[in-house]
Design a protein. Structure first.
Length: 512
């Protein structure tokens, strides 16, 4: 086993294991206390989630046009470690993955049937416009700005300043050498715990969707036991992949992901209602930018609406909880890129891809509902995890497409968990670029345990509830990172010299 950071590793393992065991043996108690903490987080800090996420976006756009835009994440003469397309494939697969497949049909159709905050009559054209606008909002610039901020901070401190890959060291400009002591260990522990719960949420969603697909295609009964079996099998697969290394395992899976997703996307786009899809994309893009600021700051202090906590705040918490893992992973694969190149690739390209995905998958489903009497709305009301399969059934070769969708979820499942075990292993071994297999196996098993425990304690609702609680402490760390990276970039620009420090210089070898 590689040298581990004992405080971070054992502290994080203890908390995750204790939560898992509570969910196994006292599921109702975990559900009760999680709901209490959820209500506290939403009532007291809901505004903070909105303000912080908007701040991440403003800072990301500022970097694109700032005096620092041409600074490289590495030596001045370094070239990017990965070609552009494989780089995009890996960051997109890690950043969205299962969630995009799960909600690509379900979210716009659900909002069409249940308009956000009662802002339109259900099943009306205005409800449809609202549904796609909020889908773009929840999966567009805001979430990718969260990833942009943390990934840039990690890549800059690691490849430009010669620091380790720990998240705590991104705060050295603010905290100084205290990041090497107890404060730094607490920051890294929070990051590991947030990653474990964030990815566990996605694994839970993935298992729900895989069993829903198998039920639609083969009549496999959807139960807690079947979800557990799916999680266990997928865990075995991603542990095998995790032990093959970044270049062989994750890179191969990410490219496979992208190919399958593009094939499914292309088929639905060209065989489905192409003109309708493009009209949905175009009109939603316009309304998205028109309502951008109101959506970014909308709260309901006078009506006590629950919708915001169940949707927007849940999503912002989800992205923040994923930030340590996705940010660390994106940083690891982004060496040699300029800040302008990095921000463009991480913030804008995946946001457009997400919007297109919702337009194609959700637009095709809505067309079927409006003009072909498909009853997709009813299916989503009964079980959101079946949405994509019900929608695909209405197209030619529907059963085959359903099988492709299941395969896509499985590969996304394995890719996300594989990437997360690598990152948690790295954070647990003092920033090692080659965390030991035994550490990755431990984290892989714990991810599966927490996903199963949360499903036992309330299914999808429990996954959402716990995530908002876990993400809160890390959101404060992310805000501090904005100030820290800005200070470091300012010093770099003022010096007019960007040498890569010899002390602590990291080797450029690729992961085995």
């Amino acid at each position: 086993m590689k040298e581990i950071g004992k405080t971070v590793f054992f502290g994080a393992v203890g908390i995750v294991l204790a939560t898992s065991l509570t969910g196994f043996f006292f599921p109702k108690d975990l559900e009760y206390w999680a709901n209490l903490a959820f209500q506290f987080s939403i009532q007291k800090f809901g505004w903070f989630y909105l303000m912080a996420t908007f701040a991440f976006l403003v800072f990301s756009i500022y970097l694109l046009f700032s005096p620092y835009k041409n600074i490289k994440l590495g030596n001045d003469d370094e070239e990017p470690e990965y070609p552009f397309f494989p780089w995009l494939a890996m960051l997109f697969a890690a950043g969205m993955g299962i969630g995009l497949v799960f909600w690509g049909v379900a979210e716009p159709i659900y909002h069409y049937s249940h308009p956000p905050m009662g802002m339109a009559e259900r099943l009306t054209p205005e409800a449809a416009r609202l549904a796609f606008r909020y889908s773009f909002f929840h999966w567009g610039l805001h979430p990718w700005s969260v990833y942009t901020v943390i990934a840039l901070a990690i890549a800059y401190s690691q490849f430009r300043k010669g620091e380790s890959g720990l998240i705590s060291v991104t705060l050295r400009p603010l905290l100084g050498d205290r990041v090497d002591g107890t404060p730094g260990k607490i920051i890294d522990m929070i990051a590991v715990i947030a990653t474990a719960f964030g990815v566990a949420t996605s694994l839970g969603l993935g298992s729900l969707q895989i069993t829903a697909g198998l039920s639609r295609l083969f009549g496999w009964e959807q139960t807690l036991q079947s979800n557990t079996i799916v999680i266990i099998i997928a865990t075995i697969l991603f542990l095998i992949s995790a032990n093959t290394g970044l270049d062989r395992g994750i890179k191969f899976l990410s490219n496979t992901n992208m190919i399958i997703a593009l094939l499914l996307f292309g088929f639905v786009f060209f065989v489905g209602p192409t003109s309708f899809i493009m009209e949905v994309f175009t009109t939603t893009l316009g309304s998205y930018f028109k309502e951008f600021l109101p959506m970014s700051f909308r709260m309901t202090p006078f009506t006590n609406q629950k919708w915001l906590g169940e949707w927007t705040l849940f999503y912002w918490a989800w992205w923040i909880a994923w930030a340590p893992f996705v940010g660390t992973f994106i940083a690891r694969i982004s060496r040699g890129r300029t800040i302008r190149e990095f921000v463009t690739g991480v913030l804008f390209v995946p946001s457009v891809m997400s919007a297109l995905w919702f337009s194609v998958m959700g637009g095709s489903a809505l067309y079927s509902e409006l003009f072909e009497n498909s009853n997709i709305v009813r299916a989503v009301d009964l079980d959101v995890s079946t949405a994509v399969f019900v929608a695909l059934e209405k197209l030619p070769f529907g059963s085959f497409l359903g099988g492709i969708a299941i395969l896509l979820v499985i590969v996304f499942f394995v890719t996300s968990a594989d990437s997360a075990t690598f990152v948690m292993g790295m954070l647990s071994t003092k920033g090692s670029l080659n965390p030991g297999n035994s550490v990755k196996i431990i984290w892989g098993i714990l991810q599966a345990m927490i996903a199963i425990a949360l499903l036992m304690s309330g299914g999808l609702k429990a996954l959402q509830t716990v995530l908002i609680i876990i993400a809160l402490p890390f959101s404060f760390i992310l805000v501090a990172i904005i100030f820290s990276i800005h200070r470091s970039l300012s010093e770099d620009a003022m010096s007019q010299k960007h040498p890569f420090p010899e002390k602590g210089k990291l080797s450029k070898e690729k992961i085995d």
